[in-house]
Every structure is written in C-alpha cells, then in structure tokens.
Design a protein around this ligand. Structure first.
Ligand code: ADP
Ligand code: MG
Length: 398
C-alpha cells in the first residue's frame, strides 16, 4: 500500500527523521493559511499524488505551464499555485498518459539545497535483508542511475538480528562524500529511517532527494513510503492512510472482495487461480497475438460467489472482448468450479465469449456441467487451445 508524501513525512517525523515543516491543504484558502503558519520567505507547494516525477510533470489543463512542485515567495503565490494544481490532472513519467487528479497539496517550508542525494530502503529478497541504497545522483530516477551508472549506487545490507549500526551509516556517508558534522547528521537520519522502516513493516522507503542544506543539515525533501500489504493487519492505524481515490476502481472493488486483481490494457479478461498460472496465461495470450486486459487471481476458493464477483469486475472493463478462465481444480474441485461459472454467467447475463479450460480433480464432471448448461461456453482442452480460442473470439468480435 502506498501513501502520500505528506503522510509519509508525518510518520517519519515521529521516528526522528529530519523533515521540513509543512501542512496539507485541499483548497487554495487552506494552502494560503498553511503558508502563513510557516516562517517563509520561501514556500514550496507540492501536488500530492501517488507518483513521482511531479516536479517535471505537467498539468493536462495547462500543458505549457509549470509542474506539480512549485517554489513561491509569498503566501498569496502559495494560494495561486494551489489553485493551479487542485482539481487538475497531473501527468508525470510515472502516471502514464491518463495522469492523476490532484486533490491535496502539501505546503512546505522552502529549503536551501547544497546537495541532492538519493537514499532508499527496501527488502532485498535475494539476501532476505533490508538493503540501504544511496547515491550522489539525487533527484534522478534511481532506475536510470542503475542503468547508466551502476557504480554510483552504494548498497549496504543490514542483518536483521543486529540492526543498523554506525558502521553501516559511516560507510554510506563516506561513499556519498559527506564531511564533518554531515556524517553524524546522516547517521542519525539513516538510523531513524531504518527504525521507521522495520517498525512500520515497510516494503520501500525512498528519499529522493535527500538534501544537504546550506547549513549542513541532512533533510528528506521527498518521501515515498510503501507498506508491505501482508503486514498491514499489524497496523490498523495505517489502513486509515489508504487513499481510495488513488486506486483503479476495479482494483479497489477486488480488494474489497479479497480478489487479486491488476488492471492491464489488453482485451482478454483472465480469471485464474494462482499467480503462476496467471503469468503463464498472460504469456500464452501474448504468444497467440492478443493481450490480457487484467490479471485476476480468484485464489483457492473458486465458488459461485467469488466467480460472480470476478466476472463482474472483469466485465466492468469496457476493453474486455472475451474472457478466458483457466483454473486448476485441486482443493476446489472442477465440478464445483464449473457450477460456479455456470451460475455466474447466468447471474450476470454474460455477453462476451467465454473460453474455459479446466484441469484437475473431477475435470470430466466439470466439463459435463459446462456442456449441459445450455450456455455458449467455449470449452478448451489445454492452455494453448484455450489461448487460441480466446484470441480467435476476440478477433471475431472486432
Ligand atoms: P518529485 O520527485 O515527485 O518530482 P520532489 O519532492 O522530489 O517531487 O520535488 C522535486 C524537486 O523540487 C526536488 O528535487 C527539489 O529540487 C525541489 N523541492 C522539493 N521540495 C522542496 C523544498 N521544500 N524546498 C526546496 N526545494 C524543494
Ligand atoms: Mg522526488
């Protein structure tokens, strides 16, 4: 789960991570009042969306105007900047063409930047450790740095048993070229950040840029905080930070029904059980010349209720021209799944071609139920056959 910059900074502040003063606002008037609470004389008005690249982004309503992060010198200008952002659609490298509507801005104290660095914490699956990444190339996307100048990324893996120590911090600080008091400021910063990361069960915390100010302080200018969904049950208070407005409505719908759904931009809706099967199904659809409209994993219990919800979500996407069901009946037996598919198709008066491939326990009975349902379900023998028939159904519909 991702949260906004202002929420991330608020959390990090509690752990003693150095951030600047700021206030969130959802109207231009609130933005002006927020600026008045800050010392000035420089304020920064920042669009709050779940995507980076805001500074270099552009608003759809004003493509030649300024970006989603603006530095201003008066409280009136802070109000004007907020008015130019709120309710507008910000398009950045990370949002894609559709962009995101800005419904809140963060009004933050302006900062005199001497150096922009990069600091990121993530769980490295290969080493099963939290890895701290740092780079002198702050402000740039770390993926680009990794591709063009991998030698400029410093990495330190932290043993979970002993936690972060002065040694880790100094190694990074010296690698970043920090001097004197900056080293101890950085040590304090990264130690507090590591504590926040582990105690909040984060998946990623990215501070880009981490800045050294003119006064030699080390401060987080941006904060991307993402939590491990599997640990959210331990943090009921964090659930409240979820911004439903940032999610694809179909994905939100799926979360509510405990289905794993990822919206994609193709034309074949896929209903599968298990992520591996989903990957294979998407690959083979591509191989046969079409592309998946989604990734929907119904999980272990493919009963009528869940299949109905799954079909409803899939068909609410207007791009879906056919549905491919690819289910392996193990614990949930094929006959039960087939009954679920038949009931769901009838409930929803399914209009698009439906290709079904079942395999596993009671498969013959399952196929019989589908064949005798009176519905025009297209049965498939295997994965290749299923993909070929689904693609043909789509091409036929076009
Ligand atoms: P994004 O990564 O989405 O573009 P950032 O928060 O990183 O957004 O802001 C973009 C740039 O704006 C930063 O790299 C920094 O140069 C500048 N900036 C952001 N916040 C401040 C601030 N409080 N004071 C001065 N400059 C800022
Ligand atoms: Mg940034």
């Amino acid at each position: 789960m991702n949260i906004h910059e202002y929420q991330g900074k608020e959390l990090l502040r509690r752990y003693g991570v150095a951030v600047l003063d700021g206030h969130v606002a959802s109207t231009p008037e609130e933005a002006e009042a927020a600026a008045r609470k800050l010392p000035g004389p420089v304020y920064v008005v920042k669009s709050q969306i779940h995507a980076g690249g805001r500074g270099a982004g552009r608003f759809k309503e004003d493509p030649n105007g300024k970006g989603g992060v603006r530095v201003v010198k008066t409280v009136e200008d802070a109000k004007a900047a907020a008015a130019a952002m709120l309710g507008k659609t910000l398009v950045t490298k990370q949002t894609g063409e559709t962009g995101r509507v800005v419904s809140r801005v963060y009004v933050e104290a302006g900062c005199h930047i001497a150096r922009e660095l990069y600091l990121g914490l993530l769980v490295d699956r290969a080493t099963s450790r939290v890895t701290v990444m740092a780079s002198t190339e702050g402000g740039m996307e770390i993926e680009e740095v990794a591709a063009d100048h991998p030698e400029k990324i410093l990495r330190v893996a932290v043993d979970p048993a002993s936690g972060i120590s002065g040694f880790h911090a100094r190694k990074l600080a010296f690698g970043l070229g920090l001097k004197g008091g900056q080293v101890s400021a950085f040590t304090k910063f990264v130690t507090a950040l590591y504590r926040a990361f582990t105690e909040l069960d984060c998946a990623i915390v990215e501070i880009n840029p981490l800045v050294v100010t003119g006064a030699g302080e080390v401060v987080a200018l941006d904060a991307k905080v993402s939590f491990d969904d599997n640990a959210l049950f331990r943090h009921k208070d964090l659930e409240a930070l979820r911004d439903d407005g940032e999610m694809d409505p179909k994905e939100l719908d799926a979360v509510r029904h405990d289905l794993n759904y990822v919206a994609l931009d193709g034309e074949i809706g896929c209903m599968v059980n298990g992520a591996g099967l989903a990957m294979a199904t998407m690959d083979i659809i591509k191989l046969y010349g079409s592309s998946p409209a989604n990734f929907l994993d119904v999980g272990g219990t493919a009963d009528a209720a869940r299949v109905t919800e799954a079909f409803r979500i899939i068909t609410s996407d207007a791009n879906v021209k056919a549905i491919l069901v690819n289910i392996f009946g193990g614990i949930a037996k094929c006959d039960m799944i087939a009954s679920g598919i038949v009931a769901a198709s009838k409930n929803l008066h399914l209009q698009v071609p439906l290709v079904v491939r079942l395999e596993g326990t009671n498969v013959e009975l399952g196929k019989k139920i589908l064949a005798e349902s009176g519905l025009s379900i297209i049965p498939a023998e295997n994965l290749a056959d299923a993909a070929e028939k689904a693609v043909r159904a789509v091409k036929g519909a076009a």
